[in-house]
Design a protein around this ligand. Structure first.
Ligand SMILES: NC(=O)c1ccc[n+]([C@@H]2O[C@H](COP(=O)([O-])OP(=O)(O)OC[C@H]3O[C@@H](n4cnc5c(N)ncnc54)[C@H](O)[C@@H]3O)[C@@H](O)[C@H]2O)c1
Length: 318
């Protein structure tokens, strides 16, 4: 199916890779990349670019109308650790921004992809495994906006027929754009430190287990879900998806197979440790596997090998 797509938050960790992937699939001119950041076009390749603040509802509506957009990948948000530092702004951007996008989608009949997160769960949620449908009482502002966002997307689908879809991403590991201030950033930082210094000081404690995914799988999940048969999507807004469960020591051992002598030590940040301990240790993604045939391609060792190769090639220029 041909689409004309607007991506919000296009300069971020996901957007900077999703935009090129969407452009490869649909054509450069069919994907309008937007972000509140200035000067982001370099990050997202050839094709239309617009500076856009997601809290400005009229500007979103104008951009959608101008380009004849039929699908919005809505990525603009503040992440968990930043959200705890700036809860008011996180509320305005995450929930206010999503509300604006859904209103524009209702008026323009556009489809919407919105990522939720494992942060939509909380300390009362069964942590291992965390079912698709379960208790969601998060204790961070980020998590509050994610649960409310899932419900808002469901509401716009039920009430207005907006084709809203989403996944609950775990921590995402990638090498193109650094992560934007989340609790799982350690699993990216560790690779940069391994390649540059051969050692890493982790802000989460030994034994802290969280779900993770390599970026190519995350991009595929977003694109495959939007292409899935709507009749089969019972959990359309917020499918659990995961690829691997990592602890700092497990990932350290995997990296040490490529970086001999690689070591880790710990300087635990109590805020991020507290957030991590309120999240699942392993989510059950069987609903996504059943309803739209979700299947990750990268496990820990395949991801680790690729990350190290890509980062080494970048530092040596090969
Ligand atoms: N990266 C992860 O590990 C992860 C995990 C789970 C869910 N998610 C979700 O995926 C989405 C994208 O995450 P990401 O990792 O790319 O985040 P990121 O922080 O790397 O990027 C977010 C982008 O949003 C932009 N932005 C912030 N405020 C804005 C505003 N007012 N108007 C327009 N743009 C604004 C930022 O400039 C940034 O480029 C978010 O909804 C996030 O909650 C990410």
């Amino acid at each position: 199916m041909q689409r004309t797509i607007l991506v919000t938050g296009a300069a971020g960790q996901i957007g900077s890779e999703l935009v090129p992937a969407l452009r490869a699939a649909f054509g450069d001119d069919r994907v309008i990349a937007t972000d509140v950041k200035e000067g982001a076009p370099d990050l997202v390749g050839a094709g239309p670019w617009q500076t856009l603040d997601i809290t400005d509802a009229a500007a979103i509506g104008q951009a959608v109308q101008k380009h004849g957009v039929d699908t919005i990948y809505h990525l603009a948000a503040l992440l968990s650790a930043v959200g705890e530092k700036k809860p008011t702004l996180a509320y305005e951007v995450n929930l206010g921004g999503l509300f604006n996008v859904l209103e524009v989608a209702r008026e323009s009949k556009a489809a919407v992809f919105t990522p939720s997160s494992i942060a939509a769960f909380g300390p009362d949620t069964p942590p291992d495994p965390t079912p698709q449908d379960t208790i969601q009482r998060p204790t961070t502002m980020y998590g509050v906006t994610k649960v409310a966002g899932e419900l808002l997307c469901d509401y716009y689908h039920l009430k207005y027929g907006v084709d809203a879809r989403g996944v609950r991403y775990p921590g995402l590991i990638s090498y193109v754009t650094p992560p934007g201030g989340g609790t799982t950033d350690w699993a990216v930082d560790i690779f940069y430190s391994a390649v540059e210094k051969g050692r890493y000081t982790c802000f989460l404690a030994e034994g802290t287990q969280l779900d993770m995914m390599y970026m190519p799988d995350a991009l595929r999940a977003a694109m495959e879900l939007m292409n899935a048969d709507p009749a089969k999507l019972r959990h359309r807004n917020a499918f659990n998806v995961t690829a691997m469960q990592l602890t700092p020591e497990k990932l350290t051992a995997a990296i040490a197979r490529h970086v001999p002598g690689f070591t880790i030590d710990y300087d635990v940040d109590p805020v991020r440790q507290g957030i991590a301990e309120s999240w699942p240790r392993r989510i059950d993604d069987s609903a996504a596997r059943a309803e739209w045939r979700w299947k990750p391609e990268y496990d820990m060792s395949a991801m680790t090998k690729d990350m190290i190769e890509k980062l080494r090639a970048r530092t040596t220029g090969n």
